[in-house]
Design a protein around this ligand. Sequence first.
Ligand code: UDP
Ligand code: MG
Length: 339
Amino acid sequence: MQSQEGRQEREIIDFSVVIPAYNEQEVLRESYRRLKAVMDGVEGTYELLFVDDGSRDATRAILRELAAEDPHVRFIGFSRNFGHQAAITAGVDASAGRAVVVIDADLQDPPELIPKMIEKWREGYEVVYGKRLKRAGETWFKKTTAALFYRFLRSMASQDIPTDAGDFRLLDRRIVRILLENVNERCRYMRGLVAWMGFRQTYVEYDRDARFAGQTHYPLKKMVRLAMDAITAFTMPLKIATWMGFCLSALSFLYLLVNIGLKLFTDITQPGWTSLIAVSLFFNGVILVMLGLMGEYIARIIEEVKGRPLYLVAETGNLKDRSFRDNGDLVRGDGRMPA
Ligand code: UDP
Ligand code: MG
């Protein structure tokens, strides 16, 4: 790897488990316990790579303790909350495993499924994602919006995006290297990205459990932002405006013809006001929606052009030999960022 020149060689590990965590003090120890139990049973070396996404609770302190007790535990601490997708990116960037598994910290995705994923990987698949059959302990609102969203996204993407698959997945080193070296988008939707890459992909099915403790950190606002990132990663919606324009023009031309006909051949007169206002309100609405959509794209273009780092690492634990995208040299060795 070119970008790695001059840096310490990474140790080679068989499996990296990347665990994004944001305010997860209630579950973290339990997650660690279950992940460790599972990974101890798998043949090969492993690391548990936690990413603390700028938590405001005791998450960071717990990670420091775990890292001191167990060399399998490594962690990255962000300087603030950069979001779930950024946390996954950082974990994958820093991982050293031949296969990298991404799993939520809240035990909604069962760690016991990892050996099955590894089995598929050993059969030669580069991507193994978890496909949710049931979702326990989630509101009907979350389930419906999620289901609608997955289907909408699928209809828009030119490649297959698996429905009902979250970020729980196994990635081969090949995929990880492409993500690291060739993918530079700022507004990320990892699932779409990975689907776009191709290679051999498969899935294992599971029932999604309820959260072990605590609450979701995906309030409506974050869900909408993720959805917009995912949608605007494709350019299809931009074309909606053109199609709508064509359809509406055709319709209004027909309407005009009908009215001319009525005027010439009958004595029916069309009273104006109400229909006029209705039509005008409708079109103003359409125009505003399309303008808003353009705005979303422009905002993302600005984000990309600014080229700011995706995340900032403030602290690491048991990760001396690793580097990070954009701020690779800010963190040298373990501990906090040097002044
Ligand atoms: N998470 C994160 N940063 C955030 C929000 C969430 O790293 O800003 C982590 C969180 O700790 C969890 C995972 O992302 O491990 C999924 O979040 P959550 O369980 O709140 O979402 P849900 O399962 O309800 O979709
Ligand atoms: Mg969850």
